[in-house]
Design a binder for this molecule. Structure first.
Ligand SMILES: [Fe+2]
Ligand SMILES: [Fe+2]
Length: 168
């Protein structure tokens, strides 16, 4: 994100810019998840990605709701960070022939994505509160909660099953 952009002068500007960053990220994730669903071989993992794709569509809508609450245009700005995470996910998974190892790699990539989202939403919630926009903070908190729950489920699936199978 363009931290050094001359357009950003106030915390409010920074909030809006970061909202546009996560808006872009969520849209890229929405595009990437179907590929991850296709690649996943474990049924639980596939189902988990499918569920998160539906949730991601909801995240996009909630971010749009926050733009509206805050009275600014819903617009995306390029986020090279998420592009990099998704590119790497695609590259690594493309190289793996062993199914279980591939699933382990997909989980690792998905968790990198979730953590990116969590850091963005955490920051946005703190700034929204500071700006007196608890209405925006409450909507963003719903997205954060779902990212955290997804991250926990991925950890559980990896540690209870997929990592063991990948090591065999
Ligand atoms: Fe999301
Ligand atoms: Fe997510």
């Amino acid at each position: 994100m363009g931290f050094f952009s001359k357009d950003i002068k106030t915390l409010d500007d920074l909030f809006v810019h970061t909202l546009r960053d996560i808006y872009y990220a969520e849209k890229q994730i929405e595009k990437a998840l179907p590929k991850m669903i296709d690649k996943a071989t474990n049924a639980q993992l596939k189902a988990g990605f499918e569920k998160h794709l539906e949730q991601t569509k909801g995240h996009i809508e909630r971010v749009e709701e926050v733009f509206e609450l805050h009275g600014v245009k819903a617009k995306a700005v390029d986020c090279p960070a998420i592009d990099g995470i998704l590119e790497e996910a695609d590259e690594v998974s493309g190289d793996i022939a062993d199914k279980e190892v591939l699933d382990a790699a997909l989980i690792a990539s998905a968790q990198a994505v979730e953590h990116y989202e969590m850091t963005r939403y955490g920051t946005l919630i703190a700034w929204a509160k500071q700006l007196g926009r608890s209405d925006c903070a409450n909507v963003l908190a719903k997205n954060l909660k779902e990212e955290q729950a997804t991250d926990r489920k991925l950890t559980e699936l990896a540690e209870s099953k997929i990592n063991l199978q990948a090591a065999e």
